[in-house]
Design a protein around this ligand. Sequence first.
Ligand code: PLP
Length: 576
Amino acid sequence: MSVQVATPEERRIAYFSMEIGLDESIPTYSGGLGILAGDTLKASADLGIPIVGITLLAEKGYFTQHLGEDGMQTESPTEWDFRKTLEGPLPAKVTCHIEGRAVHIQAWRHNIVGSSGSIVPVLFLDTNLEENAEQDRTLTSYLYGGDQKYRLIQEIILGIGGVRMLRALSYTLLNRYHTNEGHAAFLAVELLREEVLREGRPLEDSDECMDMIKKRIRTKCVFTTHTPVAAGHDEFDYNLVEGIIQDYIPIDFLRILGGKEKLNMTVLAMNLSHYVNSVARQHQHVSEHLFPGYKISNITNGVHSTTWTSRPFQELFDEYLPNWRQDSFELRNVLRIPETKVWKAHCKAKEDMVKWVNEEYGVGFEEGVFTIGFARRATSYKRADLLFHDIKRLRQIGKEFKLQIIYSGKAHPHDKVGKDLIKKIFWHMGELKPDIKSIFIPDYDMAKAKLIIPGVDLWLNTPMRPKEASGTSGMKAAHNGVPQLSILDGWWIEGHIEGVTGWELGPTPTEENENENDDNEDAEEMYDKLEHIILPWFYNERSKWLFVMRNAIAFNASFFNTHRMVRQYALNAYLL
Ligand SMILES: *Cc1c(COP(=O)(O)O)cnc(C)c1O
């Protein structure tokens, strides 16, 4: 493989995201959104898409999670040596005006090398410069840290500072700007401002400006929304906005673009983009209701296959499916691989997980025991506690069959409900002793995800409908032959074939019931399926179990990957 050099001039697409999760040594992500961004850029490198990624440095990361004996979460900054991990600082500086102060910004770079040797650069913006005022030096320290004001300023630095940095680094031929979630929507305002100034016009509510948006700005901008609940979309008071951006753009004009009452970053992005998409079909439907009048297309999420396939399965695929690293579609041919080999690879992945949790956490897990996994951000809509809804019933199932449970996930430092959820799970795990061994692993990150997800036998997903826009961890499980038991929401509505790729929970969403959630019914169905189908198949009918494992890979890993996803973005959003 020859590594090609990426020159700024050949880049056509800029991909902006508040978080980008590339690997565990670059902790600038909080969860699925950031990892999706990283997986998107990695697949682009594999496929030779001329894209450049832009994010904030987050030199203190998101946070490191510590859990007390009762599951009480405390946080500390994540120290990472970005000077060793990233190249830089790059030879360019730009400024943004914040409350009238000039804030200077520099950038660092990480080059992703794709499976074909193509390179995708990722730029990390950094305000920790001597020439900045003390308070401005920490503006790019924490991902999602601080208050509304800190967040708004970060979004200005990402959107406006990001465009300026691309100019300063000679990315001269960009013709698409992709906003991954609303955080970076200011980039489109900056593009408009550039055009207006170039023509020597005022930036204002005029026919000329509106015409310019239609003809020149929207064609360049692409927006992906990730949030199916109204409250999940970033909104800011115009008073706050005006205090920070001052005369950058007249506030009355911004109201026309970004919403009358408050600056809604989703509305701003939608108004300035020619292509807007959701991240799963059901999410498209929900988003169209949330934002009537806007055309919302859909590109269902995926995961980067080589990142999320465990070493044992990588070796197996290398042996039987030699092109899978260049082309994830090849994974459909897993049905050519003998069952026994698939089972062996799974047992190795499980052995690696069990060894690790036993050594690190002393839980005494056994390799032969059926293991349920659940790991994702600890936020209430994900209903991490549903498994423990009826402790007696769960314990009974565990006595009948043997069962062990592994959990992990961080709550946002301000999310009291999410933190209480972790404590509640700790409590329930205590109740299950000694019949069921269980563990909540602290400080979930990509490294732990790569051990936990492939190492369990069943991946559990129990969100409240319709709040899981897509979800991606189940796709990672599928890449490792780990079937899901999941609520029919997000991608699972598309990826689910009952008893073939995994199992469903709860009703099929219809117009009438799509917002309803009944914990009792969902929990009962979960216990019934565990007791009467899943555990009996696993322990007593191994060939049925292997049928599901292989189909999870053949149907779902071959489709729910970022190679397929990035091709759809290229055709539907970047080319047209
Ligand atoms: C994949 C991943 C997520 C996202 O999980 P969901 O189930 O899609 O919410 C979150 N955190 C980490 C570390 C991951 O690897």
